[in-house]
Write a protein that binds this ligand. Structure first.
Ligand SMILES: NC(=O)c1ccc[n+]([C@@H]2O[C@H](COP(=O)([O-])OP(=O)(O)OC[C@H]3O[C@@H](n4cnc5c(N)ncnc54)[C@H](O)[C@@H]3O)[C@@H](O)[C@H]2O)c1
Length: 279
């Protein structure tokens, strides 16, 4: 099978690529080709694998070619991160929203030619939850909690979830979205994510470097290890549609708040934490 990872040169994307190559199969099928599309080249160990092809450049510019290159599976991870999107609105709209729509359209055209829609996992974020002070989060945040993003990044992620759901409803792709928690510890230098300090407060002291925690020490926030994040993305890919939790009966008031997205978000909720979704 042929797999595409957008953002395949990034923190999570490169780890996902290594895990898939080590497994050599996904959903019971042998992986023959793994295409890593990113504006930066993937790490050397990945490039050395004969199953890997690197496509280096902005995703928007690569999508036209993807429309004539059918993929069995796509992990769509390429994204400008939260802090970058706040600093540069146009970057976020281009890298996150425009690129995702163009990718979905390319996959749609590829499916029309091949007759087989690609299965796509979109890496969304807990940033879709805000939280909005006027709509407090419940004790347990789950798939059916009302998203209320408070950042451009969170809004872009939520729009893309809905786009994925509609392309799936129309049969253009088989889409799913996973709302990732903050993945920590991220090695190397801090990145432009507002949540970057969640890695910094662990990584820097281990290297003997001071790190300032910008939030109160009682703040709680959902985090996952890189290995668990990758495991979750693969589980979301491999889950059959029938495994997604069926809607439970709800009172009318809650029904209004119900949000449908690409087959459901990451399984399991996360415990409510102070301002956690804002990152
Ligand atoms: N790491 C986290 O804590 C976390 C939390 C929630 C959601 N996510 C999501 O998971 C995904 C992966 O996150 P990550 O931590 O690996 O981020 P990352 O920044 O390390 O990797 C993202 C990659 O996307 C590439 N990219 C960005 N814009 C691009 C464009 N326009 N064209 C081509 N490539 C582009 C970057 O070069 C980078 O290599 C992202 O979608 C992110 O929003 C991550």
């Amino acid at each position: 099978m042929k797999i595409l990872i957008t953002g395949g040169g990034g923190f999570v994307g490169a780890r996902l690529a290594r895990t898939l190559l080590a497994r050599n199969e996904l959903n019971g099928q042998t992986i023959t080709t793994l295409v890593l599309a990113d504006q930066v080249a993937p790490p050397a160990d990945l490039l050395a694998d004969t199953r890997v092809q690197a496509r280096t450049g902005a995703l928007l510019a690569q999508c036209e070619a993807f429309s004539t290159e059918p993929f069995d599976g796509v992990f769509h991870l390429a994204s400008a991160v939260s802090g970058e999107c706040e600093l540069d609105f146009d970057l976020g709209m281009r890298s996150n929203l425009d690129s995702t729509r163009t990718l979905l359209d390319a996959l749609r055209r590829a499916a029309q030619s091949s007759g087989k829609p690609s299965r796509l996992v979109f890496s969304s974020s807990v940033a879709v939850f805000g939280p909005d002070a006027s709509a407090p989060l419940p004790g347990l945040v789950a798939d059916d909690t009302l998203p209320a993003p408070q950042t451009s990044y969170g809004v872009q992620k939520l729009i893309c979830e809905h786009l994925g759901a509609d392309y799936t409803r129309k049969g253009f792709i088989d889409g799913r979205a996973a709302r990732l928690m903050t993945v920590t510890v991220r090695p190397g230098r801090p990145n432009g994510a507002a949540s970057s300090f969640f890695s910094g407060i662990i990584r820097e002291p281990l290297a003997g470097v001071e790190s300032v925690c910008p939030v109160h020490d009682q703040v709680s926030h959902p985090v996952s290890s890189p290995a668990r994040a990758v495991e979750g993305l693969i589980a979301v890919y491999e889950a059959s549609r029938s495994l997604w939790r069926p809607p439970r009966p709800e009172p009318a008031r809650t029904q209004r708040a119900r949000v449908r997205h690409a087959g459901g978000a990451a399984r399991g909720g996360w415990q409510r934490g102070a301002r956690s979704g804002a990152f």
